[in-house]
Design a protein around this ligand. Structure first.
Ligand SMILES: C[S@@+](CC[C@H](N)C(=O)[O-])C[C@H]1O[C@@H](n2cnc3c(N)ncnc32)[C@H](O)[C@@H]1O
Length: 448
């Protein structure tokens, strides 16, 4: 199904006066649905204990209507429980705990940094004293830090003075996992942007520069990309984090292959994939559209080399239809007069000033009828998404501001940007392919 941004424009007002008894009833009803399913299927019952499942035991979303209902029930329980918790705490107590959120992050940071989970035996326990000797941190301090972490269900104290695993702390043992990279990147690098937010806003209240961000304030004036260039280990870890994020269904290439009518391009048309990395996106489009040709452009020679090699090895029959060129998309587009220019998952990383530059650099290459296909996030205004999705979207939006001075864009933001770049850019459609987080914005260059 294809939704337009307008479809979702009029959302419900936030529920500011939920009733405790109604929330409790919702929780009870949906919890029963979940419990019945788990028990009827003989699945491991969710628990915090070390032998508990790492994820809530439901099949992946989207497979059957029954599974969809189960996922909806889970969301209901999560959302109603959060409302119940917040309402019962009351505003004053809620605020006191909210501002202490840094205690949660910093204790996980210690556990990650000192590899504490690796020193706690997988089964059984270890005393604070022995652990203290192993990692050279005072036993008293360890006790303070870990007993706080235990309130988040990370480790437990099965007998006084001894630490054992829970399902959460066990997840902190595997250094090869994407979760390990995610926690390292967030606790050691990204979380520093928290205390840097106010100084950054004081110093650069209106900046759109990459080295005037909360990230740069926290990292010796280095912009995000500059920092990653100079710290290859961090860049590698960030890459693993991104793979965790991009391996999710919502960022797969398939929805762009089927969600845009590539058949409307002329027979034998050329598509320029701007910032196309290895060309993995174009490859999938090429497989489904045998007449199209592709030029993959990227600033990173290693990605282009890798893409070329992969293509020759895995799809020798497609080599003829592909070209790889190094190009900086901030500078004038060298491939003139192609039929379509694809800009996928690029622009959301850049503040408006640079989106202008990227798009304006394309204009001299356009002819009348050229298609500009942008695939990116289109976020809704407030009060459209269910609360949990809303929080995810707002968190990502905040993070890209902190790292890149960028922002996720609503449909109106995109339309304004395109109009500012060139009035000859006509927006034909803004659609969201099914099962995709990325939308497809189709534009035509009209120069008659
Ligand atoms: C988030 S990735 C997107 C890759 C791909 N388009 C996709 O859909 O997943 C951003 C890409 O932009 C490239 N890039 C960053 N700055 C660039 C620049 N100035 N010129 C060209 N490519 C650039 C990066 O090397 C990377 O491959």
């Amino acid at each position: 199904m294809v939704h337009t941004a307008q479809d979702s424009a009029a959302g419900p007002a936030p529920i500011l006066r939920p009733k405790l008894s109604e929330l409790a009833a919702q929780i009870a009803e949906n919890a029963k649905i979940l419990e019945d399913y788990i028990e009827s299927q003989g699945l491991p019952y969710p628990s915090f204990a070390a032998d508990g499942p790492a994820k809530f035991p439901l099949p992946p979303a989207g497979s059957t209507p029954e599974v969809e209902k189960l996922h909806a029930a889970r969301i209901q329980v999560l959302e109603a429980s959060k409302s119940m918790l917040d309402l019962t705490a009351g505003p004053s107590e809620m605020l006191q705990w909210l501002v202490w959120g840094f205690n949660d992050t910093s204790t996980i940071h210690v556990i990650h940094h000192f590899k504490i989970a690796q020193h706690v035996p997988e089964t059984g326990d270890i005393s604070f004293t022995e652990l203290s000797e192993k990692i050279n941190v005072s036993s008293l301090k360890l006790r303070q830090i870990l007993r706080y972490a235990m309130t988040n269900r990370i480790f437990c104290e099965p007998r006084q003075g001894y630490i054992g695993h829970t399902a959460l702390s066990l997840l902190l043992r595997n250094e090869d996992s994407p979760e390990w990279a995610w926690i390292g990147y967030n606790t050691e690098e990204l979380c520093r942007t928290g205390p840097a937010l106010v100084p950054c806003l004081e110093k650069y209240p209106h900046s759109q520069e990459l080295n005037e961000t909360p990230w740069s304030v926290a990292h010796k004036d280095q912009g995000f990309f500059e920092y990653m260039d100079e710290n290859p280990e961090s860049a590698k870890r960030f890459g693993v984090c991104m793979s965790l994020w991009s391996s999710g269904d919502g960022l797969k290439v398939a929805p762009l292959v089927t969600g845009y009518d590539w058949g409307k391009l002329p027979e034998g048309a050329t598509v320029v994939d701007v910032g196309g990395a290895t060309g993995f996106v174009s490859l999938e489009i090429a497989k489904a559209n045998p007449s199209l040709k592709f030029i993959i452009e990227d600033i990173a020679p290693l990605s282009l080399e890798q893409g070329k090699k992969n293509l020759a090895r895995d799809h020798p029959d497609l080599v003829e239809r592909f070209e790889f060129r190094q190009h900086d998309f901030m500078t004038e587009q060298p491939v003139k007069g192609a039929d379509a220019y694809l800009v996928r998952f690029i622009l959301h990383d850049w503040p408006d000033k640079y989106v202008h530059q990227i798009l304006k650099s394309l204009i001299p290459a356009f002819k009348n009828g050229t298609k500009l296909i942008v695939s990116d996030f289109v976020i809704p205004p407030a009060n459209v998404l269910p609360p949990r999705e809303e929080r995810t979207v707002r968190a990502l939006d905040l993070v890209i501001f902190k790292a890149y001075n960028s922002n996720e864009r609503e449909e109106a933001d995109w339309r304004r940007l395109f109009a500012e770049v060139d009035t000859r850019l006509r927006v034909d459609s803004i659609t969201r392919p099914a099962n995709s987080l990325l939308w497809v914005l189709e534009l035509t260059f009209v120069d008659e």
